[in-house]
Design a binder for this molecule. Structure first.
Ligand SMILES: Nc1nc2c(c(=O)[nH]1)N[C@H]1C(S)=C(S)[C@@H](COP(=O)(O)OP(=O)(O)OC[C@H]3O[C@@H](n4cnc5c(=O)[nH]c(N)nc54)[C@H](O)[C@@H]3O)O[C@H]1N2
Ligand SMILES: Nc1nc2c(c(=O)[nH]1)N[C@H]1C(S)=C(S)[C@@H](COP(=O)(O)OP(=O)(O)OC[C@H]3O[C@@H](n4cnc5c(=O)[nH]c(N)nc54)[C@H](O)[C@@H]3O)O[C@H]1N2
Ligand SMILES: [Mo]
Length: 779
C-alpha cells in the first residue's frame, strides 16, 4: 500500500489489518521512540503493565495476551517520544510566535520537561522552581475573596488517586467548581441513566458481549476511537449476532475488519463483515428514531396481544420492575408517525425493519458514543434508549443491557472519585465525617458555566489537570477571551498545546509524568488505579523511564499545591503522596464501593464495581426502573434556523479523524474516510452541494446561524461528496469548534451541542493554503 497523495481518495481496504500495522511502524519511527521503550508496548493492558491511555474500552480480566491497537500505539508513542521542550525551546520562541503554529505542529515539539512561568515583558515562558510555582498558585488562591472565583478542570486521563486528592483539596479550599471533559462528552449518560435505571454507568461487562445475539451501535466510530472494541464485535459477528450501526455515516471500521490479532486473516487477506445493517438517520435524528422504535414495539405488542400470541413487551419485567409505563405508552400512542419519520430522516419501513430486528433479539446490547450525547436533546436520547430496552426487559440479565462507551481512559473513574460539580449530599457528608470540615454544599460550575464566569470576571483562576481546554471547549473565540480574562491560568500537562498559549495575566505550565512512565516516590514504584467503561477498577504501572528527572507525578503536583495553599489541613498531603496506597485507604473511607480498596485492587485484573441495575435493583426515586416521557421538540434552534433559511440550512456534526486524539493531531490523515494529508474538509451530500450551486471540491466558509449577534465563522474548507443524509454535513473537531455557540448546550446536562450546529455554507474567497491541513487555525 503506497502512501496516497494529499487529497481525497476512496479507501477500499478493511479496517485495521495491514494498513494499521504499517501506521504503527510509521508512528514509532516519527516519534523516534527509543528501542528499550518499544518493549513497553507489550506491557500495555497487562496485569503488571499500564492501562492504555488511548481509550476506556475494557480488556478481558485485564490479563489477555497483548492487545494490538493502532491508535493505542499512537497514544503511547506520543507520550514516549524522544523529543523534548525545555527552557531553551521557550527562550527561542515567544508565545506570539507559537500561536501561529497549528495544533499538529505544537504537538510535534515533544514532551514538556520543566515548570515554566509566563513573563509578560518578553512574552516568553521562563523556568521556575517547583516550590515557587506552588507558592505562586497558593498566593493567588488565598487572595481570592471567594473560593468560587477559582475553577478546576480535569481531563479524563487523570488517575483515581490524583482525582481524589484534587477534589479533596478543592473542596477543603472551598468550591465545587469542577468542570471536566465529561461535561463535553458522556454527561448526558451520567445525568440521564440515573433517572431511568438508577446508575449512570454501563449495565454490561465484556462477558455479556459473548452472549448477546443483537447489538445496536448508536453514534460511534469504534474503528478509530475504540479499536479494541472491533475485536469484540468481530467475535459477535462470527457467532452470528446481528450488528446494527445507527449513524448518519457508514463508518468503514464497522463494515469490514481484519483482526491484527488473527494471523490467518492477516495472511489470507481475509476480513470479517461487522455490521449487517446500517441505518442512517439524519444528524440529531436519533431521538425521533428511538421514539419510533418504541412506538412500533408497542404496536407489535398490541397486534400480538389481540391475536393471543406471545407478548412483545416483557410484561413481567414491566409489572415487577418498572414505573411510569402507562404514561409512556400513552405518549407513544399520541405521537404521529409522520413527525417521527420527518424528524429522524428514516423511512417508516426501515423503522419497522429495525424494530423487527430489535424484537427478535433475546439478548440485546445497545452501545453509544458521542453521536447521542452531543446534542441539545442528549439526555432525552439516552433516556429514550433506556426506555426502549426496558420495554423488552433487556436490562439486568446476561447478554443484554446498556453500554455507554466512554472516551478518556479514566474519565469514568474521575467522576467516581468526586470530580463532580454537582456532588451528592451523601458524598459531602462522608467528606465531612472523615475529615471534619464542612465542604461547600452549593453546586459548582461545569465547562460552559466556567467559560461564562471567566468571561464575566466571576472566575479569576483557572487550573487544568490535563487536557486542552481552549481547543476542546466550544465557541473558540469566546473561550479564548475567557481564559485571557483570568488573573492566573495553570496547566498540568505532558505536551504543549494551545491552552498554554492562550492564558491569563499570569500563567504556569507544570509538566507531569504520563501513564506509561515509571512513578517512583521515595524510591518505591507507585501504581495508580483507573476505572474502565464497564466499571472494572484496576492498577496501572508505568514502565518507561520518565521523559525527564524533573517531572513530577500528578499526585505529587496536586499534593504540592494543596500543601502550599492549605498547609496540612485537613490531611498531610505530602505524607499521602509518598505512598499511593495511603490515598487508596482514604478513598476507601469515603467513596462507596471502594471498601478494602488496596486489597481488592491487588488481585490481577482488579475488581468490578457493583452496579445495582445489573442485579435489577433500581436506585431511582421510585425504587423502580423508571420510564420517562420526552416530547419530540419541533421548535428547537435548528427548526427555527431551518424555517428562516429553508433547505440551505445544514446541520453540522463535528467528529474525530483517524489520526487524532481529541485536540491532539498526530497526523493529517483520516484513512478510513479516504482523506489524506489534510483536515480542512466538509463532508456533504452531492445533491446538497449541487443545490447550493457549488462545484465538487469547492472551497467554502461556514457560518453558524444563531439567535445572538455574535458572528461565528470558519474559512476555507473544501467540500467532499460523501454518503451522508441530505441536510447534514460533517467536519473535524477541533477545527470547527469556533462554530459551536456557548449557549447551544444540552438541556439538563450542559454538554455543548457539538454534533448539531445549524450552519450556512458560502463560496470562500480564501486562497488554498500552502500547507494542507493548516486552514484550521482559529484567528
Ligand atoms: N484514536 C482516538 N481514540 C479516541 C479519541 C480520539 O480522539 N482518538 N477520543 C476519545 C474520546 S474522549 C471519546 S469521547 C471517544 C469518542 O468516540 P466516538 O463517540 O466514536 O466519537 P466521534 O468521532 O466524535 O463521533 C462518533 C460517531 O458519531 C457519528 N455521529 C455524528 N452525529 C451523529 C448523530 O446525530 N447521530 C448518530 N447516531 N451518530 C452521529 C459520527 O458519524 C461518528 O461515527 O473516543 C475516545 N477514543
Ligand atoms: N466540537 C467538538 N468538541 C468536542 C468534542 C467533539 O466531538 N466535538 N468532544 C469533546 C470530548 S468527548 C472531550 S472528552 C473533550 C476532550 O477534551 P480534553 O480532555 O481537554 O482534551 P485532550 O485533547 O484529550 O487533551 C490533550 C492534552 O492533554 C495533556 N495530557 C495528555 N496526557 C496527559 C496526562 O497523562 N496527564 C496530564 N496532566 N496531561 C495529559 C496533553 O498536554 C495534551 O495536549 O473535547 C470535547 N470537545
Ligand atoms: Mo470524550
Amino acid at each position: 500500500m503506497s502512501r496516497p497523495e494529499p487529497g481525497i481518495h476512496s479507501y477500499e481496504h478493511p479496517a485495521a489489518g495491514w494498513g494499521a500495522l504499517k501506521q504503527v511502524a510509521v508512528t514509532l519511527y516519527k516519534e523516534r521512540v527509543e528501542p528499550p521503550k518499544l518493549k513497553m508496548l507489550l506491557a500495555q493492558n497487562q496485569p503488571e503493565g499500564f492501562d492504555c491511555p488511548g481509550c476506556a474500552w475494557p480488556d478481558r480480566n485485564h490479563a489477555s495476551t497483548f492487545q494490538f491497537c493502532e491508535n493505542g500505539v499512537k497514544a503511547v508513542a506520543a507520550e514516549a517520544t524522544s523529543r523534548r521542550i525545555d527552557a531553551a525551546f521557550f527562550a527561542r520562541h515567544t508565545v506570539r510566535e507559537l500561536l501561529l503554529q497549528s495544533d499538529h505542529e505544537l504537538e510535534q515539539h515533544g514532551r514538556l520537561v520543566e515548570p515554566m512561568v509566563y513573563d509578560p515583558a518578553s512574552d516568553r515562558y521562563l523556568p521556575i522552581a517547583w516550590e515557587e510555582a506552588f507558592a505562586l498558585v497558593a498566593a493567588e488562591l488565598r487572595a481570592l475573596p471567594d473560593p468560587d472565583q477559582a475553577s478546576f478542570y480535569t481531563s479524563g486521563r487523570t488517575s483515581n488517586e490524583a482525582a481524589y486528592l484534587l477534589q479533596l483539596f478543592v473542596r477543603a479550599y472551598g468550591t465545587n467548581n469542577f468542570p471536566d471533559c465529561s461535561n463535553m462528552c458522556h454527561e448526558a449518560t451520567s445525568r440521564g441513566l440515573p433517572g431511568t435505571v438508577g446508575v449512570g454507568k454501563a449495565t454490561v461487562t465484556l462477558d455479556d458481549f459473548a452472549l448477546a445475539d443483537t447489538l445496536l451501535l448508536f453514534g460511534q466510530n469504534p474503528g478509530t476511537n475504540h479499536p479494541r472494541m472491533l475485536g469484540e464485535l468481530r467475535e459477535c459477528a462470527r457467532r452470528g449476532a446481528t450488528i446494527v450501526s445507527i449513524n448518519p455515516l457508514r463508518e468503514r471500521g464497522l463494515e469490514r475488519f481484519t483482526d491484527p490479532q488473527s494471523p490467518l486473516e492477516m495472511l489470507s487477506g481475509g476480513s470479517t463483515a461487522i455490521s449487517s445493517v446500517f441505518v442512517q438517520p439524519r444528524v440529531g435524528g436519533d431521538f425521533a428514531l428511538l421514539k419510533g422504535l418504541a412506538k412500533r414495539v408497542l404496536e407489535l405488542d398490541d397486534t400480538s396481544a389481540a391475536a393471543g400470541r406471545p407478548r412483545v413487551l416483557d410484561v413481567d419485567f414491566i409489572a415487577g420492575h418498572c414505573s411510569g409505563f402507562e404514561a409512556f405508552a400513552a405518549d407513544l400512542r399520541m405521537q404521529s408517525w409522520a413527525q417521527l419519520v420527518e424528524e429522524s430522516g428514516v423511512g417508516l419501513e426501515q423503522i419497522h425493519a429495525l424494530a423487527d430486528i430489535y424484537c427478535r433479539g433475546q439478548r440485546v446490547i445497545a452501545t453509544w458514543g458521542m453521536g447521542l450525547t452531543q446534542h441539545q436533546h442528549a439526555v432525552a436520547n439516552v433516556q429514550m434508549l433506556s426506555n426502549l430496552l426496558m420495554m423488552r426487559g433487556q436490562i439486568g440479565k446476561p447478554g443484554a443491557g446498556l453500554c455507554p462507551v466512554r472516551g478518556h481512559s479514566n474519565v469514568q473513574g474521575d467522576r467516581t472519585m468526586g470530580i463532580e460539580e454537582r456532588p451528592s449530599a451523601s458524598f459531602l457528608d462522608r467528606l465531612c465525617e472523615v475529615y471534619g470540615f464542612e465542604p461547600p454544599r452549593h453546586h459548582g460550575l461545569d465547562v460552559v458555566a466556567t467559560i461564562d464566569a471567566m468571561l464575566h470576571g466571576r472566575v479569576r483562576v483557572f487550573f487544568g489537570l490535563g487536557g486542552n481546554f481552549v481547543m476542546a471547549a466550544p465557541d473558540t473565540a469566546r473561550t479564548m477571551q475567557a481564559l485571557r480574562h483570568c488573573e492566573l491560568t495553570v496547566q498540568v500537562s505532558t505536551k504543549l498545546n494551545r491552552s498554554h498559549l492562550v492564558h491569563g495575566r499570569r500563567a504556569l505550565i507544570l509538566p507531569t509524568l504520563g501513564r506509561t512512565e515509571r512513578d517512583l516516590q521515595h524510591g518505591v514504584e507507585q501504581g495508580v488505579t483507573v476505572e474502565d467503561s464497564m466499571c472494572q477498577v484496576h492498577l496501572s504501572y508505568g514502565r518507561n523511564r520518565p521523559a525527564s528527572p524533573h517531572l513530577r507525578s500528578e499526585v505529587a503536583i496536586v499534593a504540592g499545591l494543596a500543601q502550599a495553599t492549605l498547609g496540612t489541613r485537613p490531611v498531610d498531603w505530602h505524607w499521602l503522596a509518598q505512598d499511593y496506597a495511603r490515598i487508596r485507604d482514604e478513598i476507601a473511607k469515603v467513596v462507596e464501593g471502594f471498601e478494602d480498596f488496596n486489597q481488592r485492587v491487588a488481585t490481577p485484573g482488579g475488581f468490578h464495581l457493583r452496579i445495582a441495575s445489573r442485579q435489577r435493583q433500581w436506585l431511582t426515586a421510585s425504587g423502580k426502573a423508571q420510564f420517562v416521557v420526552h416530547a419530540l421538540g419541533t421548535d428547537t434552534p435548528l427548526h427555527r434556523a431551518r424555517r428562516r433559511h429553508g433547505e440551505r440550512l445544514l446541520v453540522l456534526t463535528t467528529l474525530r479523524a483517524h489520526d487524532q486524539y481529541n485536540t491532539t493531531v498526530y497526523a493529517l490523515d483520516d484513512r478510513y474516510r479516504g482523506v489524506f494529508g489534510r483536515r480542512d474538509v466538509v463532508f456533504i451530500h452531492r445533491a446538497d452541494r449541487e443545490m447550493l450551486g457549488l462545484p465538487e471540491h469547492a472551497r467554502v466558509d461556514l457560518a453558524t446561524v444563531w439567535d445572538d449577534a455574535v458572528e461565528r465563522r470558519v474559512l476555507g474548507f473544501t467540500l467532499v461528496d460523501y454518503d451522508i443524509p441530505r441536510g447534514c454535513i460533517a467536519a473535524y473537531y477541533p477545527e470547527t469548534n469556533p462554530l459551536v455557540p456557548l449557549d447551544s448546550a444540552a438541556a439538563d446536562c450542559g454538554t455543548p451541542a457539538s454534533k448539531s450546529v445549524p450552519v450556512l455554507l458560502s463560496a470562500s474567497a480564501r486562497e488554498p493554503l500552502a500547507v494542507p491541513g493548516h486552514a484550521s487555525r482559529p484567528a
